[in-house]
Design a protein around this ligand. Structure first.
Ligand SMILES: [Zn+2]
Length: 498
């Protein structure tokens, strides 16, 4: 693309993704080594994943099952038969000098995933999703410590052979924010399927292609359709080393600005691979990218073709986040926002349903979506961190539902104490004296407050309605804050208007 042709008109951002998902299996994809993340380097290795001569791969059934589940969840075509290929390249993280992957017959093709962008539903096409093995990991040591500045590099093959699903989207994204929404939805689906562990280091790794195309070169009126010609004409960069939703949004926002600036200043954008440097918040130019022909793909003769047709019927998948969101809105009459929060992970959704069925759906929504998730989020915690204490949260909701403590005390004192110092709700209520004061006691305090504050009473009686607030404060003080301020207000008025 020459700079002269793009001076006019708006610039459109076009992004496509390759998402590498580590599948949660006990053992690696082609050998029996554990997939545990261990501190000791090169501990979980064997002749197969070290690529020693003569060692033969044996396909892990669990990885295929996970792939079929993903295929069903994204409504992809799963063929009768699928094959493995060798992708050849020379790099120290790859002991065999080739990666076993899939090429022209992937296990899933032509799927899609619906996302919500600023309240609107959009469908992202997933061109393919295929199985492959993870390479080892490199650690750059000394010097500047970076990929391009270290003194030397160590290699660890513990990760080599971990099963991966590579999910490839069409260039359907028009902004970094859409990419973030897609990754969040994809991660939710994977967690619901039980094939993925988000807590694991490096479990989701993203490569993104980004190009900037002048609006007047786009062939269709529909901005989501760019057209082959315009896409082929644009130079694109591939951004590697992205490992989170937030990272993806930041890296792509940086790259979008960098390319737009270059174009607006009349400079050409290089077609290249760039590395996202998370700590510096920038992308840097890397080795020039291999083209497909450089990989010399050929069929993996050590693995026979895999018949998957019968698995499609045998493997079932659970209710997915989008379906559960809709059901929550219908069944519990929740807003879309509340339903989204409550289905953000399977565990949150399961917990909400437990509480909603025991008490009241609205009360459960307030407690799980607002109070619990809000306080956890404030502490940078996930619900998995209090998995063993969910019964205590249920007990706290019960204390509110049965009117034993006020909602304010439950939220502001009991829940926070539970999370900060590990006490149970009953302990906090007893130790902080939060049990609701009996009606007689409140009535007694009302009478006392009126007797002790004749000036405020006189003000109220002469029409100063604000004076009631002073009296409410006095009663709250006498009852140690455990009375309901609304009730106190009514009791005072009843007493004064007698
Ligand atoms: Zn092994």
């Amino acid at each position: 693309m020459t700079a002269q042709t793009v001076q006019q008109g708006d610039l459109v951002t076009v992004i496509g993704l390759e998402v590498h998902v580590q599948l949660e299996t006990d053992t690696k994809i082609f050998c029996g080594c554990s997939t545990d993340q261990t501190d000791e380097p090169n501990e979980n290795v064997c002749p197969v994943c070290l690529g020693l001569p003569g060692a033969l791969p044996v396909l892990n059934e669990g990885a295929v099952e996970a792939a079929v589940k993903i295929g069903k969840a994204i409504d992809a075509d799963i063929p009768e038969e699928t094959r493995f290929h060798r992708k050849n390249y020379y790099y120290p993280d790859l002991p065999k000098n080739f990666q076993i992957t899939q090429y022209d017959e992937p296990i899933c093709a032509d799927g899609d995933l619906e996302i919500s962008v600023e309240g609107e539903r959009r469908t992202v096409t997933i061109e393919r999703a295929h199985l492959e093995e993870d390479p080892g990991s490199l650690q750059h040591v000394g010097g500047g410590g970076g990929i391009d500045s270290a003194d030397y590099t160590l290699v660890n093959y513990n990760r080599a052979g971990t099963p991966l699903m590579e999910v490839v989207t069409a260039p359907d994204f028009r902004s970094p924010g859409e990419v973030r929404a897609f990754l969040a939805e994809l991660e939710e689906v994977l967690e619901y399927l039980g094939v993925f562990d988000a807590e694991r280091d490096g479990s989701l790794r993203i490569d993104a292609n980004l190009s900037i195309i002048p609006e007047d070169e786009i062939e269709s009126d529909d901005v989501t359709e760019i057209g082959e010609e315009a896409l082929a004409a644009a130079n694109r960069t591939e951004v590697k080393n992205i490992s989170s939703h937030k990272g993806a949004e930041k890296a792509l926002a940086y790259e979008e600005t960098r390319q737009k600036n270059a174009i607006q200043r009349g400079r050409a954008v290089e077609q290249e691979t760039r590395h996202w440097d998370e700590s510096r918040g920038i992308t840097v130019s890397m080795r020039s990218k291999e083209e497909e022909k450089d990989y010399r793909y050929f069929e993996e003769a050590d693995l026979p073709p895999l018949r998957v047709s019968h698995w499609k019927d045998e493997i079932s998948i659970p209710e997915l986040p989008s379906a559960r969101r809709e059901r929550f809105q219908d069944e519990y009459t929740l807003s879309e926002e509340a339903a989204s929060k409550l289905t953000s992970t399977k565990q949150v959704a399961d917990f909400y349903e437990d509480v909603a069925q025991e008490f009241d759906p609205d009360l459960a929504a307030t407690w799980v979506a607002d109070n619990l998730l809000g306080e956890l989020n404030y502490r940078d915690m996930e619900i998995t961190g209090i998995e063993s204490r969910l019964d205590e949260v249920t007990r706290l909701v019960e204390l509110v539902a049965t009117d034993e403590i006020t909602a304010k005390n439950a939220r502001e004192t009991v829940l926070r104490s539970m999370l900060d110092d590990g006490r149970t709700p009953d302990e906090v209520v007893a130790e902080e004296g939060l049990g609701k004061t009996g009606e007689d006691e409140v009535q007694q305090a009302v009478v006392e407050a009126i007797d002790e504050n004749p000036d405020a009473v006189a003000d109220y009686e002469s029409g100063d309605d604000g004076a009631i607030n002073f009296l409410v404060g006095q009663v709250m003080q006498k009852t140690g804050g455990s009375a309901d301020p609304g009730d106190v207000n009514q009791l005072l008025r009843a007493e004064l208007n007698d």
